[in-house]
Structures are given as C-alpha cells and as structure tokens.
Write a protein that binds this ligand. Structure first.
Ligand SMILES: Nc1ncnc2c1ncn2[C@@H]1O[C@H](COP(=O)(O)OP(=O)(O)O)[C@@H](O)[C@H]1O
Ligand SMILES: [Mg+2]
Length: 267
C-alpha cells in the first residue's frame, strides 16, 4: 500500500479514529491527521477554536447530558432569539439537526439530539445564503472559487441532502462579488490552518445580507463523488478531478515523509 485515501464519513471515518489506525500502521493517508479530524468532527471544539482565532462564527451554547437541567427554553431564546438550530456536537449529514421555533419543538429537538451524542449545540439561526469553499494543501493551503447550495427544503436537512433528488440546487461557482469571493477564500484558508487540517477540507459558510461572511463548519472528508461540491469547486477553479487526486496523494506522501523525520523517542 502506498497511500490510503479514506473516503469515509462520520463516526470512525472522519473523527480521527481511522486516521490513528493508519498512523499506527505506518501508512501515508490523505487528509487531516488525528487532531484535525477530531477537531473538525466536534462542532463545539471547532467553533471555539474558530472564535478564539477571531473568525466569524455563529453564536452558540453547549449543553452536556450531565447538566441537562440547564437546558431551558426561556434562557436559551433570551440569549439566541428564535428560531434556533439544535444539533448533536459530533455527527454530520444533518442527522439529529432541528430548526426550532417554539417550546414544544425545543423539547423534542433536545431529546432527539441527545440520542446521538452526550453533548449538543444550540445556535442562533442565520438567515442567508449557504456558500462552500474547497481548500487544498498542507502548510500553505489554497482555496477554490466558492460554490452555493440552495436547499429547496426549510434547511439543508438529511432529506434535502440524500433523499430528495431535487432537494437542493448547486451553483458553481457561486454568483458573488469579487471582494466577497476573496474574503471567503481568505477565511477558508485561515480556518483550515486554525483547525489543524492537512490535505483537504471543505469550509462551509453562511452569507448574511449578501456581505456578512460567517463560518458554519469544516468538513475534513468532504463528499468526493464526481458531482460533489469539493471536486466540482476545484474543477471550476482549473484543477481537474484526476489532477486533484494526484495532488492529494502527493500531499499525503509529503506529510508522511515530514513526520517520519521527527524524533519520537529519546532512545
Ligand atoms: N445556525 C444555523 N443557521 C441557519 N441554518 C443552519 C444553522 N446550522 C445549521 N443550519 C442548516 O442545517 C444544515 C446542516 O447543519 P451543519 O451544522 O452544517 O451540520 P452537518 O455537519 O450535519 O452538515 C446546514 O447546511 C444549514 O442548512
Ligand atoms: Mg454541513
């Protein structure tokens, strides 16, 4: 085996566990290492690091199962307004995510989110466009032209992503003024570094009032079919699918060689 290209999603696939296994097996692999993968998977840690770096993020609160009594509809909506989004901290594909507009929905959504994780996030709902940007590289990552997702459902839910063929319209590249494109690319590359990513990642944004750029999340193993956003955004930026794969493999080998040079014991 020369290189492993993990095209896996969710728990055990992109949360650092498979990446740890590959490190132990001493095999080069594509994409974020153990830390970047784990950080990218945990929406709480991810958003705290982004916020700490001064990058624009959504306002959010975190609740753990052990402090369930703190989850109070009045207090939460006082802080974040309505509607709010409720989501499990570690997951993806919009599983367990709910947009909540009243107290009843709130109770149900909190219960459902806790089915998937011991930690949940409540976020202010952002009204605006959903823009994504592909990032490629190790130390000096580059960002693609952004693309836009226009969900045909209330939000980009599991149904809109996977069950409904017409669940969303994709526009690549997104129709945006040059200065907004530049701002998104800069923030995407900074988020990639701040979140300890390597190789590839897709950074997802909200664009409020057509100018305020807010980071929603990072995906360390973005969808990778020929029609997925990550390869499509690179294609629109002049990097073909085959060239993209070549570059990612090259980056994996480079990272592996660099890490090999490090001293890992005192013997
Ligand atoms: N704070 C928010 N404001 C507005 N829409 C949101 C918010 N959080 C999530 N969404 C909607 O839910 C979708 C899935 O949420 P996201 O945080 O990206 O989770 P996942 O990791 O499952 O993709 C987003 O693409 C968006 O449509
Ligand atoms: Mg998402």
């Amino acid at each position: 085996m020369d290189v492993v290209f993990p095209v896996l999603h969710g728990t055990f696939g992109e949360d650092g566990t498979v990446q740890g296994l590959l490190k132990l097996a001493d095999v080069p692999f594509v994409g974020a290492g153990v830390l970047g993968s784990a950080v990218g998977m945990d929406k709480d840690v991810m958003k705290r690091l982004l916020r700490d770096a001064g990058l624009p993020t959504v306002r959010f609160l975190v609740f753990e199962r052990s402090s369930l009594e703190d989850v109070n509809f009045e207090r939460v909506t006082q802080a974040l307004g309505l509607p709010v989004f409720i989501k499990p901290a570690n997951l993806g594909s919009s599983v367990g995510i709910h947009k909540v507009k009243d107290g009843n929905e709130f109770e149900r959504a909190v219960k459902d989110a806790f089915r998937y994780d011991n930690k949940i996030l409540v976020e202010e709902a952002i009204q605006g466009r959903e823009i994504e940007c592909a990032v490629l590289g190790n130390d000096n990552p580059i960002a693609s032209l952004p693309g836009e997702i226009m969900p045909r459902h209330e939000f980009y839910s599991y149904e809109a992503k996977y069950l409904d063929d017409k669940g969303a319209v994709l526009e690549i590249p997104a129709k945006l003024p040059d200065e907004v494109v530049k701002q998104i690319q800069e923030i995407a590359a900074r988020a990639f570094k701040v979140l300890c990513c390597e190789g590839m990642a897709r950074v997802d944004f909200f664009l409020r009032h057509d100018r305020e750029v807010i980071v929603n999340e990072i995906n360390t193993i973005p969808g990778f079919t020929k029609i997925s956003m990550y390869p499509k955004m690179w294609e629109a930026s002049g990097v073909s699918y085959t060239e993209l794969i070549d570059r990612l493999i090259q980056l994996a080998i480079e990272r592996f060689k660099r890490e090999k040079k490090l001293k890992t014991s005192f013997s």
